[in-house]
Design a protein around this ligand. Structure first.
Ligand SMILES: Cc1cc2nc3c(=O)[nH]c(=O)nc-3n(C[C@H](O)[C@H](O)[C@H](O)COP(=O)(O)OP(=O)(O)OC[C@H]3O[C@@H](n4cnc5c(N)ncnc54)[C@H](O)[C@@H]3O)c2cc1C
Length: 319
C-alpha cells in the first residue's frame, strides 16, 4: 500500500511541487510511503526533485509509446503499474491532459475518482477530499472509504514546501506491456505560449464589462504598466472581441494567484473569481456598492472606473 503521484512529460511541470507537497503530507498522516510513478520522464531529473520532497521511491515506467502525451498508452501503463503496486491513493496534478487520463484509470481500477480537489485529509483512517463544485460556486468534502481512490489535485491554491531534510529516494524500473495499444487520437496542434504568462504574474489589472467600450481598455493597460504588471479581463470582454482569450481570467480562462489583483468594472461572478480568488490582495473598482466583488476585495473603491483609473495611474507613476 502506498500513496502514488502519477506524472509524465516535463519534470518541471507547473504545479508538480505543490502536488508532491500535498501528497507527502497525506502519506505521513496515513502512514504510507510516497511513490512517484513517472511515465516516459527523465528519471534522473525526477529523482533529484523527489529527493527534495520526501518521496520514498521513484517508479520509472519506460516504453517507447510513452513519449509526449499518449493518453491510451498512459492509461494502460498506469493500470498495469497500479495492479502491481496496489496503491491506496493515486494522485494527479490536475491539468487538461490529466483530466483525460485520471477518470479512465479510475474506471480501469474500479476506483473512486474526484477532480477539482484542493485539500486532502486523513480522518479516522479514511481519505477526505475537499473539492470545488458547480464551477467554483461551492465546496464539497468527499469521504472516500474505497480500497483505492484516484484524485486530481488543483495546485493553484496549494503551496510547495520541500521536506525538512533531503532524502535519497529508491529508483525502481517498471516494465509495462503496451504492445496492443494504438492511440485513438493525436493532438495535431496546440497553442505554443510565448512571452510572460498571466498565471505567473505578480501583479494583474483586469477589466470587465463595466469599462463600457474597448477603447477604455487603454486605462487598464496603462495602470498595469504603471504598476509593472500584466493585464487581463473577464469573459464578456473576450466574447465581445475586445481582448484575446489568452487574457481571460476565470474558470474557463487563466487561473492566477498574483500578489495584487486589481478588478476594474468586474462584478465578481464566481466563474471569474475562480481565476483570481487566490490573489493575496484584491482591489476592486466598481460603481455598484453592492457588487459581489467587494466581498472578496481587501480594498474597494466605489466609483466610476473611468474617473478613478486616471487618478490611480497618475499616483502609480509617482504623481
Ligand atoms: C460555465 C461558465 C464559465 C464562465 N467562465 C468565466 C470565466 O472564465 N471568466 C469570467 O470572467 N467569466 C466567466 N463566466 C461568466 C461569468 O458568469 C460572468 O458573466 C462574468 O464574469 C461577468 O463579467 P463582468 O464582471 O465583466 O461583467 P458584468 O457582470 O456585466 O459586470 C460589470 C460590472 O461593472 C460595473 N460597472 C459598470 N459600469 C461601471 C463603471 N463605469 N465603473 C465601475 N464599475 C462599473 C457594474 O456595476 C458591474 O458590477 C462564465 C460563465 C459560465 C456559465
Amino acid at each position: 500500500m502506498s500513496v502514488v503521484v502519477c506524472s509524465w512529460g516535463n519534470v518541471a511541470e507547473r504545479g508538480i511541487e505543490e502536488v508532491l507537497t500535498a501528497a507527502r503530507a497525506y502519506s505521513v498522516a496515513a502512514g504510507l510511503p510516497l511513490h512517484w510513478a513517472v511515465a516516459g520522464m527523465d528519471r534522473d531529473a525526477a529523482r533529484a526533485l523527489a529527493s527534495r520532497y520526501g518521496v520514498a521511491a521513484v517508479d520509472a515506467i519506460t516504453h517507447p509509446k510513452l513519449q509526449g502525451f499518449a493518453p491510451d498508452a498512459l492509461v494502460e501503463a498506469f493500470t498495469q503499474y497500479c495492479a502491481k503496486a496496489q496503491p491506496a491513493l493515486v494522485l494527479f496534478n490536475q491539468t487538461a491532459a490529466s483530466r483525460l487520463v485520471a477518470p479512465r484509470l479510475a474506471s480501469r481500477l474500479g476506483a473512486a475518482v474526484v477532480t477539482n480537489v484542493f485539500a486532502l485529509q486523513h480522518e479516522a483512517g479514511v481519505l477526505q477530499a475537499s473539492a470545488t463544485a458547480y464551477g467554483g460556486d461551492t465546496q464539497v468534502v468527499y469521504r472516500m472509504p474505497s480500497r483505492i481512490n484516484v484524485v486530481c489535485l488543483v495546485p493553484t491554491t496549494l503551496a510547495a514546501e520541500p521536506a525538512p531534510s533531503a532524502s535519497e529516494p529508491a529508483c525502481n524500473q517498471v516494465d509495462v506491456d503496451l504492445g496492443a495499444i494504438e492511440e485513438r487520437f493525436k493532438v495535431s496542434s496546440a497553442p505554443k505560449p510565448e512571452g510572460p504568462r498571466l498565471e505567473d504574474a505578480e501583479i494583474i489589472v483586469s477589466g470587465g464589462r463595466g469599462l463600457g467600450k474597448a477603447d477604455n481598455l487603454a486605462l487598464v493597460r496603462d495602470l498595469a504598466s504603471a504598476l509593472g504588471g500584466m493585464w487581463g479581463g473577464s469573459r464578456p470582454i473576450v466574447d465581445e472581441g475586445w481582448i484575446d482569450s489568452s487574457r481571460q481570467v476565470g474558470l474557463t480562462g487563466k487561473v492566477t494567484r498574483p500578489r495584487l489583483y486589481v478588478a476594474v468594472g468586474i462584478s465578481g461572478a464566481s466563474q471569474h473569481m475562480a481565476g483570481c480568488s487566490a490573489a493575496k490582495t484584491i482591489v476592486a473598482i466598481n460603481k455598484d456598492p453592492d457588487a459581489a466583488i467587494f466581498r472578496y476585495a481587501s480594498y474597494g473603491i466605489v466609483g466610476d472606473c473611468l474617473e478613478v483609473m486616471p487618478e490611480l495611474i497618475k499616483a502609480a507613476r509617482g504623481g
